[in-house]
Design a protein around this ligand. Structure first.
Ligand SMILES: Nc1ncnc2c1ncn2[C@@H]1O[C@H](COP(=O)(O)OP(=O)(O)O)[C@@H](O)[C@H]1O
Ligand SMILES: CC(=O)OP(=O)(O)O
Ligand SMILES: [Mg+2]
Length: 395
């Protein structure tokens, strides 16, 4: 059974094609800088064969079409036709109470669309891409694995907001948590790497969107994103944690209405807003190196917030066996890893600077005496979604 998994990140589109009989990865690919004022690099890798095209990709629906074109291109020889794909699994983000894994149907699509203004960077591209694929390939089942599902194990004291209780009871206002596929993958991968199932892990998924998760025995105990993926750490261009009462002041001072201010927080905030350079950490690091003070500040705020969540989760878990960096930033930015782990020896956390280099595979980066291990582990959100997709397709 061939399963294509579509991972529509806030700035990127990644996919993997698996043969699930043997869990073999047949192809993988990615498109970066989607919807930015720049060309995207579209890469498809099939075995040793690599296809690369550079072009403007305006949205995620165009990205999924590009992926299917590349996989059916005779040059890659990967698929003779799209019909070979048994199902497409989506790492879908937010559908409130419709959490879990489910077939994409009218109810799910309308729920995701109704929550589009609550998850503006994520729900619209997923719903649009799903609708377009349903129309273009009606015979391929589409499955959604909601990012919130992994966090169902979070206890009430770690998921309830101190808001009027009827909001919690009637309106699903609570910490839902996101990046479930990635944190689930890191929990199980670390259990293998450490050789134990009861490990306490602090998983830092740092990418276009970022979140930290406290994991114990493979289950989520607490996570930094809350009601929506705009909360927790600063995101690429979205705000992260913020005090809602500042909006009253901003409304008075800017003359903007609440909707406009919320849209600003969801598209002009985060790393982009602080740095004034770009939503992409690579650009911000380059600007900071060239002496841009706001870029440097954005990097420091981001690292400080990650550090604060790690502190919280050491308390929640009563210590940790390992801190894991994953996601585009976590796997690649040696600077962020170093700033986050700086001055943490009190908590038994010590990075070895000599090991903190760009790595492409699971790597222990801790200094010899570090009580808590520090790892860089490439995430594989797609295999988690592929397994879940098979379960739904097989009923
Ligand atoms: N070498 C690098 N150094 C620093 N940051 C990087 C590097 N490579 C990728 N990144 C960051 O990773 C981010 C994308 O992360 P990723 O997890 O792929 O994103 P998404 O949330 O869209 O799935 C980019 O915005 C970029 O800031
Ligand atoms: C919340 C979420 O899944 O984010 P992203 O896909 O942008 O990493
Ligand atoms: Mg992502």
């Amino acid at each position: 059974m061939k399963i294509l998994v579509a991972n529509l990140g806030s700035t990127s589109f990644k996919y993997r094609l698996f043969d699930m009989a043997s869990e073999t990865q047949l192809a993988r690919g990615g498109i970066d800088r989607i919807g930015q004022d720049a060309d995207s690099t579209c890469v498809a890798e099939v075995g040793d064969h690599k296809l690369q095209e550079v072009k403007r990709i305006p949205d995620h629906a165009a990205a999924v079409r590009m992926c299917l074109d590349q996989l059916t291109n005779p040059q890659t020889g990967c698929l003779k036709s799209v019909d070979e794909v048994a199902a497409i699994g989506f790492k879908a983000v937010f559908a409130g109470r419709l959490s879990g894994i489910r077939r994409v149907d009218a109810e799910l699509l309308s729920t995701m669309e109704a929550l589009a203004d609550v998850a503006p960077a994520h729900n619209p591209p997923y719903a649009k891409a799903m609708r377009q694929l349903m129309a273009s390939f009606p015979e391929i089942p589409l499955v959604a694995a909601l990012e919130t599902a992994f966090h169902e194990t979070i206890r009430p004291e770690y998921r309830t907001y101190a808001v009027p209780y009827e909001w919690t009871e009637n309106f699903e206002v609570r910490r839902w948590g996101f990046h479930g596929a990635s944190h689930r993958f890191i929990g199980s991968r670390m259990a293998q790497l450490l050789g134990r199932d009861d490990a306490k892990i602090i998983s830092c998924h740092l990418g276009g969107s970022s979140s930290v998760c406290a994991i114990e025995g493979g289950e989520s105990r607490s996570t930094s994103m809350g009601m929506t993926p705009q909360s927790g750490l600063p995101q690429n261009n979205r705000v992260g944690d913020f005090d809602p009462f500042a909006l009253r002041l901003l409304k008075r001072l800017t003359g903007k209405d609440y909707d406009t201010l919320l849209n600003d927080l969801a598209s002009k905030g985060g790393l982009q807003g602080m740095s004034g350079v770009s939503p992409d950490l690579r650009d911000i690091e380059q600007a900071a190196d060239a002496g841009n003070a706001r870029a440097d500040l954005a990097i420091r705020v981001y690292a400080a917030d990650i550090k604060k969540y790690i502190g919280q989760y050491l308390a929640v878990l009563n210590g940790a066996d390992a801190i894991v960096f994953t996601g585009g930033i976590g796997e690649n930015s040696t600077r962020i890893r170093s700033l986050v782990c700086e001055n943490m020896t009190y908590a038994g956390i010590e990075l070895d600077p000599a090991k903190n280099v760009p790595v492409k595979s699971d790597t222990n980066l801790s200094a010899a005496g570090s009580k808590v291990q520090i790892w860089s582990v490439p995430t594989n959100e797609e295999i988690v979604v592929a397994r879940q997709t098979v379960k739904v397709v097989e009923g």
